[in-house]
Design a protein around this ligand. Structure first.
Ligand code: SF4
Length: 510
C-alpha cells in the first residue's frame, strides 16, 4: 500500500488495524506489559521490579539522562528542515495514544518529515525522533547520545547533513558504523512499525553525538538481534543479580536486601564476572571463600571483611623524577576536551575553556596546555634533571592528546614522542602490578586507601557530564564544581604515588 493510494476510508481501516493488530510474528504479550528498546538491554529483573513497584520514582541519574536525550532531540529537531513549498514537516505532540494515531495519519497523508513519531504493537512500542519519507516509503530516525560512527578513511557509510534530511540523497562518507544495541533495537522496532503499514524502506537514520550528520543504515541488520532480545523476555529472572547499572537503579533498595539474604556471588563479582563460579556450582560469596581457589577466594574474603586493597608480591613503587606533574583531562562526550588539569609544585593549574568545543577556544586552550607542559619538560631536561607527568589510566588522555593535536595543528610525532617516552607515566599500570582489590582498582577505590578524600563524594562521570552542560550555559557554581573535582583527581594521583613510594603502609598481603 503506497502513500498516494490511501483515501480517508483506507486511513480509518489502516488505523483500526494498527491499534488492534493481529501481532507480529515472534511478538508476544509479555506479562510485564509493553516494552521499549531500552528494556531490551541490561537487567531484565528491572521489568519484574517495575511491575511490583510501579510508583518508585526515577533516580536523579536517569532523570539527567532523559534531560540529555531531550536536549539532543531538540538540537536535532532545530537542525531539520522546516516546511516549504514542496516539503511538509509535522511535529507531533500530545499523549502517547494521540501521537500513535497522528503518526499513522501523517504517514497516510504523505508528510515528508514527521517528528516525535510513535508506534505501538502488541508487546512493544517505539518512540522515534522522526520519520522521513523517501518515495513511497519512510525511514525511522533516531537520535542517540552515543558516538554512532567513527571517522575511517578506509570505510564508507552513507550520510547526509542533518539539515538536508529528506531533501538530499545520502553520499558515501568516510566513516565506520559503531554498534550500540539499544540504537539497533529502536531502528528495528521502527522498521517493524513501518512494515505494518507497508511503508518500510528497509533503511533507517541514526544521528549521534555529531548532531550535524545523519547516517543511513540498513535496518534489517538489526532484526535478528532484536528478535533474540525480545525472546529473552519470555523467561524473566525470578531473583536479582548485581550488575553495573544497579548503582543507579531505582529498585536497588529492594534488590539489595534480596541479594544480601542470598549472599549472592554477584555482590562480590557483578554481572558476568561470577559466571565461571556459578557454572561450578558456587552461587554465594561464602561458597567462593570456602572453595579455596587462591586469589579469587582471598579477594572474596577481603570483600566480606571490608578490606579494599591487598598488596601483590609484585609490588613496586612508581618511577619518580626531579620535576613531577599530575594530569587529568575532562572531555565532553565525543565533542572535545575542555579541561586539562595539572597538579605541580603543590598547586593546581586548570587549562580550561567553557566555550563550545571543536572550535578556536578548545584549540587555544589545548595549545596553552601543551606549550606549558612541553616547555616545562624541555627546561627540566636542559638542566640535566628528570621529568615525569603522571595520570591515572592514560587511555582517555592519550586519545584526546592525539585528537587535539590532529585538530589543532600540532605535529603527531611530537605527541607520540611524549606518549611513548618514560616521562609519561600511567600510574594505573603501577597500581595494577602492585595491588588487587575486591572492588577493582579505580582511582575512587585506591586513592582513599592512600589517604585522599574528594571534596564531593558522589560527583561521578555522569554528574560531571551534567555539570559541564550547566557550566557552558554560564552556571558559575557548576564551573567551580568541575574544577574542584578535577583538582581532586590530580591530587589523588599525587597522593597515591607518594603513598606507594613510602611502601604503601597499612596494606595486607594478598
Ligand atoms: S537494582 Fe540491579 S538487579 Fe535490581 S532491578 Fe535494578 S539493575 Fe536489576
Amino acid at each position: 500500500m503506497g502513500i498516494s493510494s490511501l483515501c480517508f476510508v483506507d486511513v480509518c481501516a489502516f488505523i483500526v488495524f494498527q491499534l488492534y493488530p493481529l501481532g507480529l510474528e515472534g511478538v508476544r504479550n509479555y506479562s510485564v506489559g509493553p516494552v521499549e528498546a531500552s528494556d531490551l538491554v541490561g537487567c531484565r529483573y528491572r521489568l519484574v521490579q517495575r511491575e511490583r513497584y510501579p510508583d518508585v520514582p526515577s533516580t536523579h541519574a536517569s532523570l539527567a539522562r532523559a534531560e540529555r536525550a531531550d536536549a539532543a532531540r531538540a538540537a536535532v529537531h532545530s537542525l531539520l528542515s522546516s516546511s516549504s513549498k514542496n516539503f511538509r514537516r509535522v511535529d507531533l505532540g500530545g499523549d502517547d495514544f494521540a501521537r500513535e494515531m497522528a503518526t499513522l495519519e501523517a504517514m497516510a497523508a504523505g508528510v515528508h518529515l514527521i517528528t516525535n513519531a510513535r508506534f505501538r504493537y502488541g508487546g512493544w512500542y517505539v518512540e522515534l525522533d522522526g520519520l522521513v519519507r523517501d518515495g513511497e516509503a519512510y525511514l525511522p530516525i533516531i537520535v542517540s547520545n552515543h558516538r554512532v560512527a567513527k571517522k575511517n578513511p578506509h570505510a564508507t557509510l552513507p550520510g547526509v547533513p542533518t539539515h538536508r534530511l529528506g531533501l538530499s540523497a545520502p553520499l558515501d562518507l568516510p566513516y565506520k558504523l559503531r554498534h550500540h544495541p539499544v540504537d539497533g533495537y529502536r531502528l528495528a522496532l521502527g522498521a517493524w512499525g513501518l512494515q505494518e503499514s507497508d511503508l518500510d524502506s528497509g533503511r533507517g537514520v541514526v544521528i549521534g553525538q555529531d548532531r550535524e550528520t545523519a547516517f543511513v543504515v540498513e535496518t534489517g541488520d538489526y532484526f535478528e538481534a532484536t528478535e533474540r532480545a525480545l525472546a529473552t523476555l519470555e523467561d524473566l529472572p525470578d531473583s536479582p543479580r548485581r550488575v553495573k547499572e544497579c548503582a543507579s537503579c531505582r529498585f536497588w533498595e529492594f534488590c539489595r536486601p534480596e541479594l544480601e539474604r542470598m549472599d549472592d556471588i554477584s555482590l562480590f563479582l557483578p554481572g558476568d564476572r561470577g559466571r565461571k563460579y556459578r557454572e561450578r556450582g558456587i552461587h554465594t560469596v561464602h561458597g567462593l571463600i570456602e572453595a579455596n581457589l587462591g586469589e579469587p577466594s582471598r579477594l572474596a574474603a577481603a570483600w566480606e571483611r571490608g578490606i579494599p586493597l591487598l598488596k601483590r608480591p609484585t609490588f613496586a613503587p612508581p618511577r619518580r623524577a626531579d620535576v613531577e606533574v599530575d594530569i587529568d583531562m575532562e572531555a565532553y562526550l565525543d565533542q572535545g576536551a575542555y579541561l586539562w588539569g595539572v597538579w605541580h609544585d603543590g598547586a593546581y593549574h586548570p587549562f580550561v575553556t567553557w566555550q563550545p568545543l571543536g572550535g578556536a577556544a578548545e584549540g587555544e586552550n589545548f595549545h596553552e596546555f601543551w606549550t606549558w607542559l612541553t616547555e616545562l619538560r624541555s627546561a627540566t631536561h636542559a638542566r640535566g634533571e628528570t621529568f615525569a607527568a603522571y595520570c591515572y589510566s592514560a587511555h582517555g588522555e592519550n586519545h584526546w592528546l592525539r585528537s587535539s593535536a590532529e585538530r589543532f595543528g600540532i605535529a603527531q610525532n611530537e605527541i607520540e614522542e611524549f606518549i611513548t617516552s618514560e616521562d609519561w607515566v600511567d600510574l594505573f599500570l603501577d597500581v595494577k602490578r602492585s595491588f588487587a582489590g575486591p572492588h577493582g582498582l579505580s582511582l575512587k577505590t585506591v586513592a582513599p586507601v592512600a589517604g585522599h578524600a574528594w571534596a564531593e563524594d558522589d560527583f561521578d562521570g555522569e554528574a560531571s557530564v551534567n555539570a559541564r552542560r550547566a557550566a557552558v550555559a554560564g552556571d558559575e557554581s557548576a564551573r567551580a564544581r568541575l574544577l574542584e573535582y578535577n583538582c581532586g583527581d590530580v591530587q589523588a594521583t599525587y597522593r597515591i604515588r607518594e603513598w606507594m613510594s613510602a611502601g604503601a603502609p597499612g596494606i595486607g598481603d594478598l
